[in-house]
Write a protein that binds this ligand. Sequence first.
Ligand code: C2E
Ligand code: MG
Ligand code: MG
Ligand code: MG
Length: 272
Amino acid sequence: EFGMFGLLMGLSGGFAASVAIGRSRSLGKQLRVAMRSGQLKVVYQPIVRLSDRRQVGAEALLRWTDPTGKPVSPDAFIATAENEGFIGQVTRFVVTRVLEELHDELRRRPDFQVTVNVAASDILDNAFAPFLSARLQAAGLPPTCIGLELTERTTANSRELGKAIARLREAGHKVYIDDFGTDYSSLSYLSRLRVDAIKINRAFMQALHDQSDQDTIAPQIVAMAEVLGLSMVIEGIEEEQQAAYFLALAPTALAQGWLFSKPVEAGRLFAA
Ligand code: C2E
Ligand code: MG
Ligand code: MG
Ligand code: MG
C-alpha cells in the first residue's frame, strides 16, 4: 500500500515518515475515487442576520462517507487535497454541486448567497474566475450568489493573492477571510489583502465560555472590522448567551452556528 516511495523511505531509515506519507497518499487516492463514485456530498449551513435571525445565505461544506460508511473529517481530507495538489478539483466539484442542487431556489432568491471554501491556490488559479462565471452564467445566476471563503493555510505570495482577490471581487463575488483570529497572521492578511468580510472563528465562543482573557479580544476584533469597513460573520454560535453577547457587540453582524441550524442537505435548506 505504501508503494515504492514508501519502501525507499523505509529502507533509508525514515520509517515513521514513510508510514505518514503512505497513509496520506492512500487518503488522496481514496478521495479522488470518492469524488467520482458518489461518496462525497455537500451540506449547507444556514447563515442568518444576528438581529432578526433571517436566513440570508449558507455555507457549503463537504461531507465524505467512505465505503465502510465511516465519515471522514474535512479537516483531514482537505489538507490532503491541498498538499497533493488536487484541491482545485475538489473546489470545482463543490461549486458544480452547489449550482446543480440549488439553482432553482437561487433563481427565486438571487439575494441569497452560498459561500464556498477555497484555498489560496484556487484564487491564484487564472482559470478559476472564468470557471465560476461560466458555471453561473449557464445556471442563469448572478455572481453575487457565490461567495468565497479563504482560509490561509499556506503562505502564498500576498501581492499576487491580493490582485487575484481584487479580480474576483470586481467580477461580483464577495470574499471572506475564514476562521479569523485563529492565528497571528490573521491581522497581517487584513493589512495586505482587501476583502469584504471576516468570519470570526468559533474559538472565541469557547473563550467566552471559559471566561479566559480572550473575551477581551472579541470586542477589539469587532472594532477593528468596523474601522476597516468589513462585514462580519460570527461562527460557531451554539448558545443564546453567545448570540446575545455578539448582538450587543456587533448588531449588524451575520451569524452561523448550531443555535440557528446545523448543516443540512440541499432539500432542507429552504424548507423552513
Ligand atoms: P470552516 O470553513 O470554518 O467551516 C465551519 C466548520 O464549523 C464546519 O465544520 C461546521 O460544521 C462547523 N460548525 C458550524 N457551526 C458550529 C457550531 O455551532 N459548533 C461547532 N462545534 N461547530 C460548528 P466542518 O464541516 O467539519 O468543516 C471543517 C473545515 O473543513 C471547514 O471549516 C473548512 O475549513 C474545511 N472544509 C469543509 N468543506 C470544505 C470544502 O468544500 N472546501 C474546502 N477547501 N474546505 C472545506
Ligand atoms: Mg468556511
Ligand atoms: Mg470558519
Ligand atoms: Mg475551519
